[in-house]
Write a protein that binds this ligand. Structure first.
Ligand code: BTN
Length: 265
């Protein structure tokens, strides 16, 4: 497998199927103490989980579904940085291995040509304001064909193969993602959060755009201005107020880019 493997991927548990690699990883961490950096990979998932309680479609033989277990030494309030780190790693690897112009929509959607090709689900167990365990779940639609997507997702989702027109080497891609995650994790551990955020900004298609964010029952509209040192999105509302959100579902108001930030739609 290609890539720089150090802590992350020091051990890879490869399963034919799992309910959810995040759940498997959480259970494993209850049984073992030495899981920092361990990766759980499954060829398919029977109950793959997306954000906001959604299902993650996980057919066998085509995609990547894996979870990286981490025990970072920083407080739970900074855990969202790992979502940014995972997005940077995944996008850098997709660009390097396929040449496709993958981008990130805050906080965790991996888009190509404005369609969702992957996502990140971060789950955390805390203990006395410390992170006990973080499970960083990454799902990437690699070689999935159109007929394998449920009909209602066919206009909004995609796979690397659908855009590239040819199969992508899944294990080669996994190796590059893990190598890149090792690098981005080290940036966070070194304390240079802004360096990570600047990398994320270079790969994003959210900042500078007029957006609407749905966060539970709240809907906020405005211009996405920046990402703060905790990974939160800073929005300027039409009234000139500044709002910061740590979670939510962003819709980009299309055809209104206010700066030339790399957004392919
Ligand atoms: C999203 O909704 O965008 C997040 C999707 C995350 C899916 C991955 S697949 C591997 C890991 N196991 C899960 O059950 N979910 C994550």
């Amino acid at each position: 497998m290609k890539g720089e493997i150090g802590l992350i991927g020091k051990e890879i548990i490869s399963l034919k199927t799992a309910t959810s690699t995040n759940d498997y990883a959480a259970e494993l961490s209850r049984q073992r103490d030495d899981t920092d950096g361990l990766v759980v990979l499954a060829d398919s998932q029977s109950r793959g989980k997306g954000r906001l309680g959604r299902a993650w479609i996980s057919p066998p033989g085509v995609n990547l579904y894996f979870t990286v277990i981490l025990k970072p030494p920083f407080p739970p309030s900074e855990a969202s940085l790992l979502t940014l780190a995972a997005a940077v790693a995944t996008i850098t690897a997709v660009r390097e291995n396929t040449g496709l112009n993958a981008e990130v929509k805050w906080p965790n959607d991996i888009l190509i040509d404005g369609r969702k090709a992957g996502g990140i689900l971060l789950e955390m167990k805390t203990e006395r304001n410390r992170i006990k365990i973080l499970t960083v779940g990454i799902g990437l639609n690699v070689n999935m064909s159109l007929h394998e997507f449920p009909e209602d997702l066919r206009s909004s989702a995609t796979s690397l193969k659908l855009i590239r027109g040819e199969d992508v080497d899944r294990m080669g891609l996994l190796g590059t993602i893990l190598g890149e995650l090792e690098k981005t994790y080290k940036i966070i551990l070194s304390g240079n959060k802004r360096a990570l955020i600047n990398k994320w900004i270079r790969l994003n298609c959210t900042l500078g755009h007029e957006i609407t964010v749905r966060n539970r029952d709240r809907v906020i509209s405005g211009i996405a201005e920046d990402v703060n040192e905790m990974g939160g999105l800073i929005i300027r509302t039409p009234g000139g107020n500044i709002e910061t959100l740590n979670a939510g579902e962003v819709t980009i108001v299309k055809n209104k880019p206010l700066n030339p930030f790399i957004c392919s739609y």
